[in-house]
Every structure is written in C-alpha cells, then in structure tokens.
Design a protein around this ligand. Structure first.
Ligand SMILES: [Zn+2]
Ligand SMILES: [Zn+2]
Length: 100
C-alpha cells in the first residue's frame, strides 16, 4: 500500500507518534462510518514533493481515520471526498457530512 518514497516516512517515529495521537483523538473509530478504524488516510495525498513537509504529512487536519471499507471507497472514488472538504477562514481543512 505504501509507496517506496513514503516507506521511511511511515516508519518514522514522528509519524508513528502522530498517528497514535490522532487515532486516540477519534477514539479509534472510522470517521466516516464509526466502525472500528484501521488506516490513517492522508487527505492531501503524499507525494515525493510533499513527503518532507510536516504541514501535509503530520498535520491532523490532513488526516482521517478510516476502516478498510471506507478507505478503499475513498481511494476508489466511490466515497466522495473533495466536495465534502472545505477550508475555513483560518485555512484549516474542514469536513462537512456527505450530501445526499
Ligand atoms: Zn468506515
Ligand atoms: Zn488513503
């Protein structure tokens, strides 16, 4: 799942601590369906260009904790992400629930 350029990042102490703290903050539940979560997803996808940018890689506002199903759905574009995210006046990425 992790691409080569990101392997060192995914094994870094900074990420593991960030990830653990984030999972705690959402009580270990998928943020989409509230089942047991499994994967911390980066909303702004990691690339070789931003992999050393902590405001992308380690910023909680760029993370989502998801179960496997929801994570797969996001990556398959079955679950819409883009239109449900917006930036507030402070520039924080915010999420609004799925529009029906
Ligand atoms: Zn889920
Ligand atoms: Zn993902």
């Amino acid at each position: 799942m992790a691409q080569d350029f990101a392997l060192a990042f995914y094994h870094s102490k900074a990420w593991l601590e960030c990830r653990a703290g984030y999972i705690n903050s959402v009580l270990g539940l998928c943020e989409h369906c509230h089942k047991q979560g499994l994967i911390v997803h980066h909303i702004v996808k990691l690339t070789p260009e931003n992999i050393n940018d902590p405001s992308i890689t380690l910023d909680w506002s760029n993370l989502m904790y998801l179960c496997l199903d929801c994570h797969n759905a996001i990556h398959a574009d079955r679950l819409s992400t883009k239109e449900n995210y917006y930036f507030d006046e402070k520039g924080n990425l915010c999420y609004s629930p799925l529009k029906k």
